[in-house]
Design a protein around this ligand. Structure first.
Ligand SMILES: [Zn+2]
Length: 353
């Protein structure tokens, strides 16, 4: 890693452990040594973004984890005022504040990845993803965000990027924000291309910012949270590998039906893992596990402009009382490795990082 990256103390390297022995031997010996020396197992975060610091509004923005109460709006005032107040005066005692600059956002995200031993599928504008990848190449799997609009790269251009190794995943597909269903004919050539070239695809199906319809995404619809909106695409392109981002929250029955009927579908827990109050998130995740779909849940954060949520999201999974250690490893790593079809060599490399 190069550049002005994180301060020491974030990293438990053999050197820092030796230093600790020298300086604080007595204190350290009273702690469980194994816990200090043991390296974290690798985690794959399939839902990271490389964005600008002002992508979600003028920084700093304070994110509560969880958001204990979602906004209540009296339409006599513009909703944007209610919404922004939630981030400018966050109603919790320990919000995660977003950094002020693009550079800090990158550094803090990459430093969280190093600290927690995360390999990330990082999506965004391709130039930005590449810039981040240059700093931490061994931990970044590049991906391309896609809106369907006049700026969208054509399917064959996306295919070229994949063939050249510039991207490994297509997504986040952000079509829901514009009211474009997965079955929309404008998406058909992308599905066909992804199936033909065997590109894993991640699509946003679930919550955007609360009340986003009244923040400008006038075509967004709540019913589009449903994983069932993907069904005809799954049938038409049966070799597609699909990650339902945000796990189609909160439309649990729809998701369970899709997971049952379409065994190739995976989900990630992006955003809901840290924004939902724990009882709500745990109920949702536990239902997926209880129904026997524990091999298809992937860890994802969707940190956006809040690198500090990554560690909190890891903690939410680690502290889930209903998950066995094996289920946690599946969610943190094994399921994503299978979905992404990582080679044995790649998996071994991740375990040596
Ligand atoms: Zn999303």
């Amino acid at each position: 890693m190069t550049g002005p990256m994180p301060e020491g103390g974030y990293f438990v390297t053999p050197n820092t452990i030796v230093m600790s022995f020298r300086t604080t031997t007595l204190l350290l010996l009273s702690l469980p040594l194994v816990a200090v020396a043991q390296k974290r197992q690798p985690i794959i975060d399939v839902h990271l973004h490389a964005m600008t610091a002002d992508a979600q509004g003028p920084p700093p923005l304070g994110m509560c984890t969880p958001i204990a109460e979602f906004p209540h709006w009296d339409p006599s005032v513009p909703y944007v005022e209610v919404f922004m107040a939630m981030f400018k005066e966050p109603p919790c005692k320990d919000p995660v504040w977003s950094p002020m600059t693009d550079q800090e956002l990158m550094e803090q995200t990459l430093s969280a990845m190093e600290k927690l031993n995360i390999i990330g599928v990082v999506s965004g504008d391709l130039d930005r993803v590449k810039a981040w990848q240059k700093v931490l190449p061994e931990r970044i799997i590049p991906a391309l965000d896609l809106h369907i609009d006049e700026h969208a790269p054509r399917p064959e251009q996306v295919g070229e990027l994949f063939k050249q190794g510039d991207i490994a995943v297509l997504g986040e597909l952000l079509t829901q924000y514009r009211g474009i269903l997965p079955t929309d004919e404008r998406l058909a050539p992308y599905w066909a291309m992804a199936e033909e070239l065997d590109i894993p695809v991640s699509i946003h199906l679930g919550p955007g910012p609360p009340g986003v319809i009244y923040l400008g995404a006038g075509q967004y619809r709540a019913r589009m949270h449903s994983a069932l909106t993907m069904e005809e695409v799954l049938v038409k392109y049966p070799k597609l590998r699909v990650n339902v981002m945000h796990a189609g929250f909160p439309m649990l029955d729809d998701l369970l039906a899709v997971l049952y009927a379409h065994p190739q579908v995976y989900v990630d827990v992006g955003v809901i893992v840290y924004t939902q109050p724990r009882p709500a998130f745990y109920r949702y995740l536990q239902a997926i596990m209880d129904h026997g779909f524990g091999k298809r849940v992937m860890f994802g954060t969707d940190q956006m402009v809040w690198p500090g949520v990554i560690e909190r999201a890891v903690q939410v999974i680690e502290e889930a009382p209903f998950l066995s250690p094996e289920q946690k490893r599946d969610i943190f790593y094994n399921n994503a490795a299978r979905f992404l079809r990582l080679s044995p060599e790649e998996i071994e490399r991740h375990h040596k990082l």
